[in-house]
Design a protein around this ligand. Structure first.
Ligand SMILES: Nc1ncnc2c1ncn2[C@@H]1O[C@H](COP(=O)(O)OP(=O)(O)OP(=O)(O)O)[C@@H](O)[C@H]1O
Length: 367
């Protein structure tokens, strides 16, 4: 665990970058520091590995004041990833990743083997190993930066806006990769960003800082979205807070109807009399094909002959209520088709079922 105990940083010119900050970063979790430009995020992060020393207060790493540990020893146990990766331009990728193992005196083969293992782990093609940083895209360089920080298997990882310099699609994939890695590695991660959506996606807990380096709120994302501590946090969280909160509500309470799916091989005459305006048509393996409008059915034939309307699906048990709602909004029927991990239909969440589930989470509680 990392503990900030009444930490203040005053720069030589008198700027108070961090003011009386107390918080705990639990072991094995991702804690995100988020806030507007100049609120002291980077300063707070760098005080952990002593690239900057606190003016007052203590930072304890597993109970030991970091000021009592000499910086090189301290940093051996702390990986550090920065924006634009900060790779050494004249070293091959494999040697960039092996930087810390070399410094630790590992033999060359062992260090390189470890580097190759990590490149694979962060999702890079091993062909990249012999390239130089300029021969990689920004996103690939960031992955190398993460691999390098993990090389000596440090228990703690500090990440300072690591994904800010890449386009939104690459950024999303880097975020997902980090979550996947973290599920395996369980590092203690402090992640700095100015992007609240990134904070909410990645953080087990999110510390919102205000300018002047004061903590405005520390909470898990659902709590932050449901109960911002004050107007500053509310404004910082931005619009759509209520909708975004639905990402943290499981779809498990959602009632499904099994009677609204019908096989494409069924004859239209078998469904004509139904009171339902829309039916979800599935193939022989129960995979959704689309929605059939009952009033527009032809006089004869099977449902395979009918022109089907677009549909949205959500994965039962994995997607959130937000995913289910999104799927419903993509369907002219206003209902969402629930599928299992293999894409087979499990039933239909109607507007009534969604309304019922939304009713339970409305009002800021129950997330
Ligand atoms: N070496 C320094 N000397 C004086 N003031 C500094 C120094 N480094 C940072 N500051 C000031 O301390 C405050 C906090 O800076 P810091 O870089 O920690 O903020 P930040 O939240 O990471 O900002 P950003 O999101 O813009 O990177 C800012 O007002 C900054 O100008």
């Amino acid at each position: 665990m990392i503990k900030f105990d009444r930490v203040t940083k005053r720069y030589a010119d008198g700027t108070v970058a961090v003011d009386d900050l107390s918080l705990e970063v639990p072991t094995g979790e991702i804690t995100v520091f988020v806030g507007p430009s100049g609120c002291g995020k980077t300063t707070s992060l760098r005080m952990i590995n002593r690239m900057i020393d606190a003016t007052e207060g203590q930072i304890l790493l597993d109970g030991v004041d970091v000021k009592t540990i000499d910086p090189p020893t301290l940093r051996r146990g702390i990986g550090y990833v920065i924006q634009q990766a900060g790779l050494f331009p004249h070293r091959k990728i494999v040697d960039n990743v092996a930087t810390v193992p070399y410094l630790l005196g590992w033999d060359r083969k062992k260090a390189r083997d470890r580097a190759m293992e990590l490149l694979e782990r962060v999702g890079l093609d091993l062909k990249m190993a012999d390239r130089y940083p300029f021969q990689l895209s920004g996103g690939q360089q960031q992955r190398v930066g993460v691999a390098r920080a993990l090389a000596a298997d440090p228990p703690v990882l500090l990440m300072d806006e690591p994904f800010s310099a890449v386009d939104p699609i690459v950024r999303t994939s880097l975020q997902e990769e980090l979550l996947r890695l973290q599920a395996e590695l369980n590092k203690t991660i402090v992640f700095v960003t100015h992007d609240i959506d990134e904070a909410i996606k990645l953080g087990d807990r999110v510390a919102v800082l205000r300018v002047g380096g004061r903590l405005a709120q520390l909470a898990d994302p659902p709590t932050l979205l449901a109960r911002p501590a004050d107007d500053f946090v509310r404004e910082f969280l931005g619009r759509d807070r209520g909708i975004r909160r639905l990402s943290f509500v499981s779809d498990e309470g959602l009632r499904l109807r099994a009677d609204l799916t019908v096989s494409a091989s069924a004859d239209v005459s078998t469904v004509r009399g139904t009171d339902e305006p829309w039916l979800a048509v599935v193939d022989g393996e129960n995979r959704p094909l689309g929605w059939a409008s009952v009033k527009d059915l032809p006089d004869a034939g099977t449902l395979a002959d009918v022109r089907l309307a677009p549909y949205g699906t959500f994965v039962r048990g994995r997607d959130s209520l937000r995913g289910a709602l999104d799927a419903a909004l993509l369907s002219p029927s206003g209902s969402a088709i629930a599928v299992d991990e293999e894409g087979r239909a499990e039933g239909v969440a109607t507007r009534e079922a969604l309304d019922e589930a939304l009713g339970k989470v409305a009002g800021g509680v129950g997330a």
